[in-house]
Design a protein around this ligand. Structure first.
Ligand SMILES: C[S@@+](CC[C@H](N)C(=O)[O-])C[C@H]1O[C@@H](n2cnc3c(N)ncnc32)[C@H](O)[C@@H]1O
Ligand code: SF4
Ligand code: SF4
Length: 342
């Protein structure tokens, strides 16, 4: 009997991103396929509208043309029904990325000439954000923010978190941050101390010199101090999940084994992100994209992926293990073939 695939994301996840576009998954992976726009359409029109149903139907029919960049193929399951479910009551997880303001410039995120765009939220909607988001938040259990900027540096993000915490007390927060301003005081100011389900800190190097090459205007020492504090919170059960993000490039790859040791020391898991070219990286992308077989340092990365530190760290590596061990980004078609061949 023919198998059908089921991916939970388009039923449970809504990524609400710049200009108000809603995506069922990482925008880069699905090459910008949007269900609709919160500033122009109602919740029902977007979440169960034509585009949402088309996306769900395609995945069910094993047509992955809308997901060419998927980096989380492990999530696919075999559907236990022959009929596609095309609607969903509401997303349980909302990822918010409405403000891209940031206090630093990471070279792989923002190029030399990058200018902050302050028009991501229409002027007449700025004061009404919480009302516009209400139908999305009512059924949600988790809010993750800020996906495109720095949560602690953005007044819009901070105000929104405070309003959500007040109006939707059941919601738990997943904070993703560069860690520089992630202090006890700043967390308390948001009124979410007891509501953090996940804390993710992006730390792409364990040596200050390497960090400074990647994070322009950053503060390595401050991040380490804040990570100590978060590590205590994790130990005391005050945050449920604690993760580091490490974007792999030719500049920092040698520090992968030490990052794993460090993650273990502070009780965090670690996620290795493949370099994404969806941002305006121009020539830099090819220069630092070490996961490409044609990159001159690719074989050195292969060696790192076969070190004891790496191979014994499956328990704390959340994403990236398969890519590094096989050291190829398993192509979508290959993965799907494996899925169907059992
Ligand atoms: C855009 S940031 C926003 C949250 C926060 N400012 C931070 O840095 O964690 C979200 C994540 O995307 C990662 N990132 C940024 N640009 C990237 C790229 N070109 N390729 C892969 N990951 C990237 C960052 O390292 C970070 O872990
Ligand atoms: S198949 Fe992959 S890209 Fe598509 S929605 Fe699921 S996780 Fe996202
Ligand atoms: S801290 Fe986050 S949002 Fe800011 S430049 Fe770096 S990756 Fe981008």
């Amino acid at each position: 009997m023919r198998k059908h695939t089921y991916c939970p994301n388009p039923y449970i996840l809504a990524e609400i991103m710049p200009y108000g576009y809603v995506y069922p998954c990482s925008c880069g992976w699905i090459r910008g396929y949007s269900f609709g726009n919160i500033f122009e359409q109602s919740f029902d029109e977007i979440w169960n509208g034509e585009k949402a149903q088309e996306f769900r139907q395609k995945l069910f029919d094993n047509d992955f043309s809308l997901c060419p960049g998927c980096q989380n193929l492990e999530i696919l399951q075999e559907a236990d029904t022959k009929n596609a479910k095309l609607v969903s009551p509401s997303p349980e997880r909302i990822l918010l990325g409405l403000d891209e303001f940031c206090d630093v410039k990471c070279i792989f995120c923002r190029g030399e000439n990058y200018k902050i765009n302050t028009n991501l939220i229409p002027e007449d909607k700025k004061d009404k954000l919480i009302d516009i988001l209400s139908p999305w938040l009512t059924g949600a259990k988790y809010v993750k923010t800020n996906a495109v900027g720095e949560v602690f540096a953005s007044k819009i993000s901070r105000d929104l978190i405070k309003q959500i915490a007040k109006n939707f007390p059941h919601i738990k927060f997943e904070i993703i941050t560069n860690g520089i301003q992630c202090t006890k005081e700043n967390i308390e100011e948001l009124n979410i101390s007891n509501k953090i389900s996940m804390m993710t800190v992006s730390l792409h190097a364990i040596k200050e010199k390497t960090y400074n090459k990647l994070v322009k205007g950053g503060n390595f020492k401050k991040v380490l101090v804040n990570l100590e504090y978060l590590s205590e919170l994790k130990k005391n059960g005050r945050i449920e999940r604690f993760e580091l993000h490490f974007t792999v490039t030719s500049i920092n790859y040698k520090e992968i084994p030490d990052m794993i040791k460090y993650a273990r020391k502070i009780g965090a898991k670690i996620r290795f992100l493949g370099l994404d070219c969806s941002r305006d990286l121009e020539k830099l992308y090819n220069k630092i994209n070490i996961q490409d077989k044609r990159h001159p340092k690719y074989n050195s990365l292969v060696k790192i992926a076969h070190t004891k530190e790496f191979l014994n760290a499956k328990d704390i590596i959340e994403q990236g293990y398969d890519y590094f061990v096989g050291l190829e980004r398993i192509s979508f078609n290959e993965k799907i073939k494996r899925f169907f061949n059992g």
